[in-house]
Write a protein that binds this ligand. Sequence first.
Ligand SMILES: [Cu+2]
Length: 284
Amino acid sequence: MALALALILIVVGTLAFHLWSPWWLTPLASNWQAMDDALMLTLGITAAIFVIINLFVAYAVIKFRHRDGVRASAEHGSKKLEWWLIGVTTVGIVVMLAPGLDVYAKLITAPADAMQFEVMGQQWQWHYRLPGKDGRMGQTDVSHISPENPFGVSAKDPNGQDDVLVDTQEIHIPLNRPVKVLLRSQDVLHDFYVPQFRTRMNMVPGMVTSFWFTPTRTGRFEVMCAQLCGIGHANMRGYVVVEEEAAYAAWLAAQPTFAARMRAGAAGGAGVAAAAAGAGSQAA
Ligand SMILES: [Cu+2]
């Protein structure tokens, strides 16, 4: 009897905790309402199964408890019941998995007019690259990777000269424009995750993975690494700032280009001044 009561209390407590929990989803800041819908569908189905199974066990514990003079009778399975269970389980699993597959397929199929930026994960920081005025990112090769050139942009590719390399842990993007995010890693598995966008993807050394989203409200959203990537994992935080087009353009213009960065590196101690001059001549 105590066990049955405990099971019922667990069911009631769990439901109450979820309904009145302060830890619900952060408010959505992108087009991916479909992510939330798929999540809620899964949560709804698993909640229903959780409640039904626990209440059934509690019922069975009470109904078939020991009573003096009553003997248990053996039953050797029921084909009909088993087919029902197989059928219901199959439908439940299909309903949980199918929306996720559908949303994932959409997540990795960026619209043709999406702008792009690239993120490089490194123990334990982020690097960002955007295409320059030509709208194209230069070719890369891991053999070119260095502290000044975290993406390994090829110095010989003219498309790469005006690539924008963001020095800080913060990237800006314009509001309401679809953006495709290209993801790479220099060392181990990282995962670029912004909860409010409902987007995340592993960053795998030797691969370029990608997803896209459209930011739907302005704000400063925290980036977290969602793969335990070593001792400094918890420090691997950054920000995505979503802002109006004009503010974004002003921010973009102030970022150094790959060519300016390389000249600054070559100039050594006078690097900062050269970079400033280089950025000026690029803009002209
Ligand atoms: Cu990481």
